[in-house]
Design a protein around this ligand. Structure first.
Ligand code: SF4
Length: 221
C-alpha cells in the first residue's frame, strides 16, 4: 500500500533529506565547478551508470581541457575517451559528447525546455529533467536510480520504472518542490539510504519507511 503524506509532511521530508545530505557532504552538493548549462549537461551525461566521485573527477578533467561546446567539438573522440576513461560506457559517451557539442554549437546554446532537450542526441528524460532543474532552476523531477529506489523504499510510490516514478512523484509533490527532489534524494541516497546496506538505524524516516518496517518484521528472531 502506498504511503499517503500531506504536503507539509512531504516538505519536511525533503528538507530533512537535503540537510542530512549537506551535513554528510554528499558529492551531489559539491558540484560548484559546473558553471554553465553546457557543463551541467556534460556532467549529467557522464553520470549515468557511474559512481558519483568518478563522474566528478572525469568531468573536471574534461572541462579543464574543454569547457564549452566549441572547445569540446574540437577534441577528437579518442581524446575525449582518454579524459573520461573510468566512467561507465566511456566510449559511447565520448562519441555522444562530441555529437552533443556540435548540435549545441549549432543551436547557439543548451535549450531550456524539456521538448527541445530530449531532441538532443543521447538526451533522455532523466538528463533533460536534471538539466532543467540544476542548470535552469526550473521545476522538474529528474528520476535516477537513487530517486526511484528511495521513493519506493519509503513507500510514497509503488512503481517498476524510473519514468513511472516520475509520473507518480509529480502527482503527489507540490510543484515548487520539484526542483529540490533530485538533489535531496540523490544526496540522501549517497550518504544514508544507500543501494546496499542502507543506514536504517540512523534514519529519521525509519518509523514509517516500508522497507525498514518490512525488514524489521521479517528479521529472524
Ligand atoms: S529507513 Fe532505511 S530504507 Fe528507509 S529511507 Fe531510511 S535508510 Fe532508506
Amino acid at each position: 500500500m502506498v504511503l499517503k503524506l500531506t504536503e507539509n509532511e512531504l516538505r519536511h521530508i525533503f528538507d530533512v533529506m537535503e540537510n542530512i545530505a549537506i551535513k554528510n557532504k554528499a558529492p551531489v552538493f559539491n558540484l560548484n565547478f559546473l558553471k554553465t548549462p553546457f557543463q551541467h549537461l556534460v556532467f549529467t551525461v557522464l553520470s549515468s551508470r557511474t559512481r558519483d566521485e568518478v563522474t566528478a573527477e572525469a568531468c573536471k578533467r574534461l572541462l579543464s581541457k574543454a569547457g564549452s561546446p566549441e572547445e569540446l567539438e574540437k577534441l577528437s573522440v579518442e581524446e575525449i575517451e582518454k579524459l573520461i576513461r573510468g566512467v561507465g560506457f566511456y566510449r559511447v559517451k565520448a562519441k555522444r559528447l562530441k555529437d552533443l557539442s556540435k548540435e549545441i554549437k549549432k543551436l547557439g546554446g543548451v535549450p531550456d525546455t524539456y521538448e527541445e532537450l530530449i531532441k538532443l542526441p543521447g538526451v533522455g528524460r532523466k538528463t533533460a529533467n536534471v538539466v532543467l532543474a540544476s542548470a535552469f532552476g526550473k521545476n522538474a523531477i529528474g528520476v535516477d536510480t537513487h530517486v526511484h529506489r528511495i521513493a519506493n523504499r519509503l513507500g510514497i510510490v509503488s512503481t517498476k520504472s524510473n519514468s513511472e516514478t516520475e509520473e507518480e512523484l509529480k502527482k503527489i509533490i507540490p510543484k515548487d518542490l520539484w526542483i529540490k527532489v533530485n538533489k535531496a534524494m540523490v544526496g540522501f541516497g549517497q550518504t544514508v539510504c544507500k543501494p546496499q546496506n542502507p543506514l536504517c538505524d540512523n534514519c529519521p524516516f525509519k518509523s514509517f519507511c516500508h522497507y525498514s518496517n518490512f525488514n524489521k518484521a521479517h528479521k529472524p528472531r
